[in-house]
Design a protein around this ligand. Sequence first.
Ligand code: AMP
Length: 174
Amino acid sequence: MPDLKSLVRTIPDFPKPGIQFRDITTLLEDPWGFKRIVDSFVSHYRYAPIHKVVGIEARGFVMAGALAHHLNCGVVLARKKGKLPHDVERLEYALEYGVDTIEMHKTCLKPGENCLVVDDLLATGGTCAATCQLTERLGGVVIGCAFIIELPELGGRSKLSQYDVHSLISFDGH
Ligand code: AMP
């Protein structure tokens, strides 16, 4: 049986030189691998009082749907700029070079709903920190942040220090 880490494909210099892109499509394509990651998250969060799983575009959506089904929660989509059709709340956040924007529907949460924020990978933490901030601005309470992969050398956990962070696999380097 393969281990989870070996099912992640690494693509050097994508999308730009120096980045080791950790491609989870190969992990998702593997029935054992996909079941294993969903089951690991489900057993970790089984007793957590979660109302909504917030998935970060785009690979976070895959996990958000599967987890929400097992945990009996709703799914909320945190999307890149201009993709959501109704009124949105947006937050701009800094990237290494430039800025990015994340948006969520203004109506996606009821006040005080507990949210689990999910993405495929934690690097610098900027994307998830912005999503958590937006979730809170919309009345949600972030009870945790879940990732398949973490790159500890990029220090994402320190940007998410006020939250409970859980990841399944870690890789050295960038
Ligand atoms: P960050 O905001 O720096 O934590 O970056 C996290 C977001 O960028 C996630 O949505 C990831 O999908 C993507 N990402 C960043 N670095 C990588 C990488 N080395 N391989 C794959 N995806 C990455």
